[in-house]
Design a protein around this ligand. Structure first.
Ligand SMILES: Cc1ncc(COP(=O)(O)O)c(C=O)c1O
Length: 250
């Protein structure tokens, strides 16, 4: 999964998959246009082009968003592509001849038209997100805000679907920002192993301490193309005010 618009480190994943004859499905739902420097291939590669297949979401809030539900699958495997085309169309190999059991996952024409128009702007919007991230990095660098900014490895060119900071006093900070009229998000509050849906797996709190700590500390700051530096300054000033208030009351 290319979380928040930053690619996973794919070389070791693909190497492991090769060794054990596994398939790799990239979750590129948050990473339209993100790039990864494959040291193995000696070139930059786009999210969604490296595994056996990849999935993209065009949910309205994504870097490339439709006006409703939409998504896409990419793959180099012609057989797999054919199978996916059947599955999304009630399993039909041709009209009224059902080769497999499928469902209705067709992309409707209105969404396709909207996405096609918006696709032209994706690179520009991603650049704007990168610029917003640069401004946050710069404003948060002096440490007054007392939050940890996203780490970007040298092999990664993220597209900042989200700009997620970490802090030990996340919930209080979120409340403070909300009081100042600044909306934030938590992506995501409950790690997979603690989701009710996976209770049958038998995992307990404490089994994945890194995920649990991250879930308690992460906060997504406002991030969208067109977010202006003045607004970002207001967000960072509010975070810094919270930090100095806290250190004064300790
Ligand atoms: C990382 C990731 N994977 C999968 C999905 C699911 O996408 P959709 O809701 O379009 O099916 C999302 C959407 O929120 C996502 O962010």
């Amino acid at each position: 999964m290319h979380l928040y618009g930053q690619t996973a480190d794919m070389d070791p994943i693909l190497e492991l998959a090769d060794e054990y004859d596994l398939i790799v499905i990239e979750d590129a739902c948050q990473a339209h246009g993100a790039e990864y420097l494959s040291r193995k291939d000696g070139r930059w590669r786009k999210a969604g082009s490296m595994g056996h297949a990849a999935v993209f979401s065009f949910y309205p809030g994504k870097n490339l968003g439709a006006c409703g539900e939409a998504g896409a699958i990419t793959t180099h495997d012609e057989g797999l592509a054919e199978h996916c085309r059947k599955l999304r169309d009630h399993g039909q190999a041709k009209k009224y001849f059902h080769a497999v059991e499928g469902y209705n996952g067709r992309l409707d024409a209105v969404q396709a038209g909207i996405l096609r128009s918006k696709l032209r702007y994706l690179a520009k919007w991603n650049e704007q997100r990168r610029e917003c991230a640069r401004v946050y990095d710069e404003l948060l660098a002096d440490g007054a805000a007392a939050v940890t900014v996203p780490h970007v490895p040298a092999w990664s060119k993220p597209v900042y679907h989200l700009y997620v900071v970490r802090t030990g006093s996340r919930d209080d900070l979120q409340r403070h920002l909300a009081d100042a009229g600044i909306g934030t998000g938590i992506h995501y509050p409950v790690p997979l192993h603690l989701q009710l849906a996976y209770a049958r797996s038998g995992w307990n709190r404490g089994d994945f301490p890194v995920s649990e700590e991250a879930a308690a500390e992460i906060l997504s700051l406002p991030m969208f193309p067109g977010l202006c530096p003045g607004s970002q300054r207001r967000v960072v000033d509010a975070i810094s005010a919270f930090a100095s208030l806290r250190s004064a009351t300790r």
